[in-house]
Design a protein around this ligand. Structure first.
Ligand code: GLN
Length: 485
């Protein structure tokens, strides 16, 4: 019982279905683990201890339900996903006490599948950042090494899964926020195709880029979570009405015969830390041994991806965040005498530095006189980037590369905002192109001992193929242990 938390989501779901473990036992085990590890890790803004336990006991009274694939499984949500009756803060002072009266569609689907929400995870404020240091409340630590960041912006989700506090978590990815913490924390993180999972109830950052996805300890776990959440939702006009394949049925391939993996020269060159490169090349060699063919190719617009991404993301953020005005949601300065003062002071007090910086830059690139030079230009480059990927996928099935140039940096290394933007170089393109991308843990850096993630990207709606290749590779590599805490 005390070691339950070391199981994967797939294993615990099976034990719950067979009755070998009760849902209350699973929840208690996670809560116990939260109690012992949380003082170091600080992954969670809210822990739903009593509620979760009550719900588990009620479910146990009725017994397992084979039609609910996540029956009794404790799950954590990134704190920008609306969960009915539960504080949903976006790690921002402006939403410190916001309690939504509805569930996000992805959360509804998890609950319908029987999952029990046991906590809300820390993150960079409004998902803006790559390390979770931009949270208004606390800095989450990497469970592998407390001196290091967990990655971001879904850093709480990454850390809670790696620390064994839950069996899976939801993150969101606008420019890498699922893949980055997955890579730094040694877990699997999948950003699905734009439109694959409904964004209804996800508090928006960059609406044309945001996507919800699973973070878990194995590829199969991620596939199970995706299966439950994928699909069209009339409440999100950008969710796409295409069939949801059977992701689990796609798993179990014996080898990688016939799989063509593209290696963009821009991803494997300069700037990549040596220990990251060594770990990734070993994984590529393994894929080759398993029968995959490597196809050298070029994504020639990679150099423009960061500039394009940050213009578009900030423009959309400045518009999305205008709703937090002190009137309808969240924090309000009650001393302000005039309406304009009230708006200004509420927003000045409520938003952190990074969020304010982005609102200012976003407003600037959208303002008349600069719109054509920045926003419009970025929108055009985005189209070209997408075409670059389409051409690449004429030559290969999947693209492989690093998730990040380095392993998790130390908290004390304090990056400047620009340095922070630049480490997203390999992740933002998938969001700009709307295609799926994932991070698969492939080993530990030989100098730091920290996890390294391999990024796979595929054409739109190729999640089934991507997961099947990742799972084949996963079972042929050294298993990634849980972080030792
Ligand atoms: N680091 C990127 C940013 O700050 C990505 C964040 C995300 O994916 N939410 O915009």
């Amino acid at each position: 019982m005390s070691e339950l938390y070391t199981k994967t989501l797939t294993e615990i779901a099976e034990q719950l279905q067979s009755g070998a473990v009760t849902s209350a036992e699973a929840v208690k085990n996670c809560l116990g683990r939260i109690e012992t590890t949380e003082p170091q890790v600080k992954a969670l803004i809210t822990v739903l201890g009593e509620d979760a336990l009550k719900q588990a006991e009620a479910m146990d009274a009725d017994g397992p339900d084979a039609s609910r694939p996540l029956w009794g499984v404790p799950i954590v949500l990134k704190d920008l996903l609306a969960a009915k009756g539960t504080k949903t803060t976006c790690a921002s002072k402006i939403l410190e006490n916001f309690v939504p009266f509805y569930d996000a569609t992805a959360v509804v689907k998890l609950k319908e599948a029987g999952a029990i929400i046991i906590g809300k995870a820390n993150m960079d404020e409004f998902a803006m950042g790559s390390t979770t240091e931009n949270s208004a409340f606390m800095t989450t630590r990497n469970p592998w090494d407390n001196e290091r960041v967990p990655g971001g912006s879904s850093g709480g989700s990454g850390a809670t899964v790696a620390a064994g506090q839950c069996f899976g978590a939801l993150g969101t990815d606008t420019g890498g926020s699922i893949r980055t913490p997955a890579s730094f924390c040694g877990i699997v993180g999948l950003k699905p195709t734009y439109g694959r999972i409904s964004r209804f109830g996800l508090i928006a950052y960059g609406s044309s880029l945001d996507q919800i996805g699973p973070m878990a300890r194995s590829v199969e776990d991620a596939a199970r979570m995706l299966q439950v959440m994928a699909g069209y939702d009339p409440k999100d006009s950008t969710s796409v009405d295409v069939d949801v394949p059977d992701y689990l049925a796609a798993l179990g391939r014996e080898n990688l015969d016939g799989v063509k993996i593209g290696l963009p020269k821009e991803y494997w060159g300069e700037g990549l830390d040596e220990e990251v490169e060594v770990a990734l090349k070993a994984a590529i060699a393994k894929a080759e041994q398993l029968g995959a063919t490597m196809v050298p190719l070029s994504l020639s617009l990679t150099d423009y991806a960061i500039a394009t991404y940050y213009i578009i993301a900030m423009a959309e953020a400045s518009s999305n965040l205008s709703r937090f005005d002190g009137v309808r949601f969240g924090h309000r300065n009650k001393d302000a005498e005039e309406l304009i003062d009230m708006y200004t002071s509420s927003r000045t007090e409520g938003f952190g530095d990074e969020v304010q910086r982005r609102i200012i830059m976003g407003t600037y690139v959208l303002s008349s006189g600069y719109y054509d030079a920045y926003y419009n230009k970025a929108a055009k480059v985005r189209r070209l980037l997408r075409e670059d990927f389409e051409k690449a996928f004429e030559q290969c099935d999947l693209i492989a590369g690093p998730v990040l140039p380095t392993v998790a940096p130390k908290v004390e290394d304090e990056m400047t905002p620009l340095q922070m933007y630049l480490i997203d170089i390999f992740t933002v393109s998938a969001n700009l192109a709307g295609i799926p991308g994932m991070s698969l843990p492939v080993g530990l850096g030989k100098d730091s001992g920290m996890p390294v993630g391999l990024q796979l990207m595929g054409p739109a709606f190729s999640e089934a193929d991507m997961l099947s290749v990742a799972e084949c590779l996963e079972k042929n590599l050294e298993p990634m242990p849980l972080a030792q805490l």
